[in-house]
Structure formats: structure tokens, C-alpha cells
Design a protein around this ligand. Structure first.
Ligand code: UD1
Length: 372
């Protein structure tokens, strides 16, 4: 029996770990999994509803680290994770994505000579002002087995001196989750009714998500974006589930009036099935999220990315994504273009077929046989 610790911490980790755990349990029963939740995201709206909807097993331990500056949060996760790693005598630690929990636990494992497995390795925005870019580069340097979602990621890793025989192209586990749950997506009418908008459901809408520090952490950037979105609202209603970070900044900067607009439907953060329903039925999605760029490509829904770059270039070269940054004109033009033309059709990238976790489980079994 081999022992594997799987780590989750923040919302975008949950849809990635769910199929991986299920596939390892099904395909590699000799690998015994313990699940650690760092507690980076702790609100029910950011955590519990995802565990329930995605049937993720209850974590064996919750480190309850909570919020803090990036350094404090990362350090606190490390302090709390190390004794757990040692007590459980894990043979390997599996981390997903690029959040602070990912790098913190990878670093603890590497410092204790425990091999690190990274799911969603090799993505690069080449923008080091993005906290996730730092997490991605460092986690990959520490990893012994790296599972990639698109072929270009292998070139990024090669450039950084990571040995090709550690890298394995498996596809995209987040799309496994999307495919599995699409039929169960919550109708938009229900999501809006639950949020108190029963009578006024728009037939067409843009879905908006916003939470990147570069967009929301200064008054200037946030105000400018919200003003642009008010203009978008004149052409197309907007449904806006608001991330806690963004909600806090809107309040702190005194910008609440800018979202107090009948064309903008403001919601609390929604669950996975609600989000899937909102995305699948949207005329377009405006976002600064990484995962949503991929999910819209898989759904064939036009995506307007409110960032200057992306670590997921395949969503642009093959999918439905356009990168517009935060420029007022560029955003409005992209929105109007999609309204007029329907946007880019795109195609589904290679191996985004719902079987990525299965490939990981099969490869991992062999890897454990060789290395543990
Ligand atoms: C984190 C990830 C980001 C991911 C995002 C998805 C890092 C560096 N960033 O950003 O990559 O796209 O999650 O949501 O790891 N808060 C709550 N309740 C919660 C969690 C957070 O109110 O359950 C608030 C707190 O005020 C906190 C703020 O949100 O300070 C930011 O949370 P944090 O975990 O630091 O980063 P995110 O912005 O969520």
C-alpha cells in the first residue's frame, strides 16, 4: 500500500481534485489517499457547496489557515502542513493548480524529501507580477511528476530545465468535472430566483467574474472596470457573482453605486452547478479567471478575458477566448463584436475529453511502482 496526500485549498482546486481522487480510487486502489484542506478558502460559498456538489470526500484534516497576506498565508500553511506530512509518512504529495496552498505544500514536501506530483503543470503567463505565476514556476521546479493540460506547457517546462521524462500530457481534469456535471447544471432562472431576482430574468446576458488583484486591489483599476461594465450593461444585462475579495474592495473604495444598476444582477459567490448553468447559457463571459477561460472554451461560449495575458494560450489559439485587458474601448469593442457576430466558434483542445484523471491514475500507478 502506498500513501498519497492530496492537497486542496482554494475554490479552483476543488473541481480539479474531484476527478483525480475518484480515478485513483477506481484505477489504483493500492494508493491510499488522505485529503488535506488547507482552509485557504473557508466560507461555505467558497468551499462547502463545492465539496457537496462535486462529491469530494470530507478532508481528513482542515488546517484552517484562513486569509492573510500571501507570505503569511503561505508560511502558515507550511507550518501547519509539515507535522501532518510527517505523521502520515506520505510516500508522495499531490497538488493541483497554482494557488498559495499549492506552492506551500509542495515546498514542505520537497524539504522533507517527499516526491511532489503536480496536476496542471507548465502553464505560464510570463507575468511575474501575478502571484499565481510565481506559484506555478516554483511548484514545477519542485515536482517529480508533472501532468500537463496542453502540449505547449512541455516547452515552457523544457525552457526552465525540467527534464522531459518527468512530464506527462494527460489533458484537463477540470474539463472532466465539467463534462460529468453538465447535465446537472442548475437552470439560470433557479439561480436568479434563489438570489431574489424571480421576476426579471434576462433572456440574454453576459456573465461576469472579477477577482484578480491587478483588477480589484486598487481603486483606480476597479473603478475604471466597473464604469466600463456599466456601459456594457446598456447593451446586454450582466450577471455578476461577486468574489469576497472583490466585494470587500468595492465596499472599501466606496464604489457600490457603480454596481447598483438594474442591468447588473449582483449575486453572492455561486456553487459549481449554478456557475455551470450560468456559463453554459451566457451570450458571453467576461472574466479574469484562469479556469473560466478553459471552461468557456470547452462549452463553446465566447470569453472576453479582462487581463493583459493568459497562461492558457490554447483557449485563444483553439478556443473561444479573446484577451482584451482592462482598456475601456477594447472591452466594449469585443462585447459589441460578439453581439454582432456571435464570437469565435473555437474547437475542443486535444485530450480535453473527460478522461484526463483516468490517465493520471494509470500513470501514477506505474510511477508509484517504479519510485516508491
Ligand atoms: C485565490 C487564488 C487565485 C484563485 C482564487 C479563486 C492565490 C494566490 N490566489 O485568490 O489563484 O483564482 O483563489 O477564488 O492562491 N475570502 C473570504 N472567504 C473565503 C476566502 C477568501 O472572505 O472563503 C476573502 C478574504 O477577504 C481574503 C480574500 O477573499 O483576504 C482573498 O482570498 P485569498 O485566498 O487570499 O485569495 P483569492 O483572491 O481568493
Amino acid at each position: 500500500m502506498s500513501r498519497l496526500i492530496c492537497v486542496v485549498g482554494a475554490r479552483p482546486n476543488f473541481m480539479k481534485i474531484a476527478p483525480v481522487i475518484e480515478a485513483i480510487r477506481g484505477q489504483a486502489p493500492n494508493i491510499k489517499i488522505r485529503l488535506v484542506h488547507t482552509g485557504q478558502h473557508y466560507d461555505a460559498s467558497m468551499k462547502q457547496q463545492f465539496f457537496e456538489q462535486l462529491a469530494i470526500p470530507e478532508p481528513d484534516i482542515d488546517l484552517e489557515v484562513g486569509s492573510g497576506s500571501h507570505s503569511v498565508q503561505t508560511a502558515e500553511i507550511m507550518k501547519r502542513f509539515e507535522p501532518v506530512l510527517l505523521e502520515w509518512q506520505a510516500d508522495a504529495v499531490l497538488v493541483v493548480g497554482d494557488v498559495n496552498s499549492t506552492i506551500a505544500c509542495a515546498l514542505v514536501a520537497a524539504k522533507n524529501n517527499v516526491p511532489v506530483i503536480h496536476v496542471e503543470a507548465g502553464l505560464r503567463s510570463c507575468d511575474r507580477s501575478m502571484p499565481e505565476e510565481i506559484n506555478r514556476i516554483l511548484t514545477d521546479q519542485l515536482s517529480d511528476r508533472l501532468y500537463i493540460t496542453e502540449r505547449e506547457a512541455a516547452q515552457n517546462l523544457e525552457r526552465e530545465g525540467i527534464c522531459a521524462d518527468r512530464v506527462c500530457f494527460v489533458g484537463n481534469v477540470m474539463i472532466d468535472t465539467l463534462r460529468k456535471h453538465l447535465q446537472k447544471a442548475e437552470p439560470v432562472t433557479k439561480t436568479l430566483a434563489d438570489a431574489g431576482f424571480g421576476q426579471t430574468v434576462p433572456s440574454e446576458y453576459a456573465l461576469l467574474t472579477l477577482h484578480r488583484p491587478s483588477n480589484v486591489d486598487t481603486k483606480e483599476a476597479l473603478q475604471s472596470l466597473l464604469e466600463t461594465l456599466q456601459q456594457v450593461g446598456r447593451h446586454l444585462p450582466i450577471i455578476f457573482p461577486i468574489h469576497p475579495r472583490t466585494a470587500a474592495r468595492i465596499k472599501e473604495f466606496g464604489l457600490s453605486e457603480l454596481i447598483n444598476n438594474p442591468a447588473i444582477y449582483c449575486l453572492e459567490p455561486v456553487g459549481y452547478l449554478q456557475m455551470l448553468g450560468l456559463m453554459a447559457n451566457a451570450k458571453m463571459v467576461l472574466t479574469d479567471s484562469g479556469g473560466i477561460q478553459e471552461e468557456t472554451t470547452a462549452l463553446g461560449v465566447p470569453c472576453v478575458t479582462l487581463r493583459e495575458n493568459t497562461e492558457r494560450p490554447i483557449t485563444v489559439t483553439q478556443g473561444t477566448n479573446v484577451i482584451v485587458g482592462s482598456d475601456h474601448e477594447k472591452i466594449l469593442n469585443a462585447v459589441l463584436d460578439i453581439m454582432e457576430t456571435g464570437g469565435r466558434a473555437g474547437r475542443i483542445p486535444e485530450l480535453w475529453d473527460g478522461q484526463a484523471a483516468l490517465r493520471i491514475a494509470q500513470d501514477l500507478q506505474q510511477w508509484f511502482d517504479r519510485h516508491v
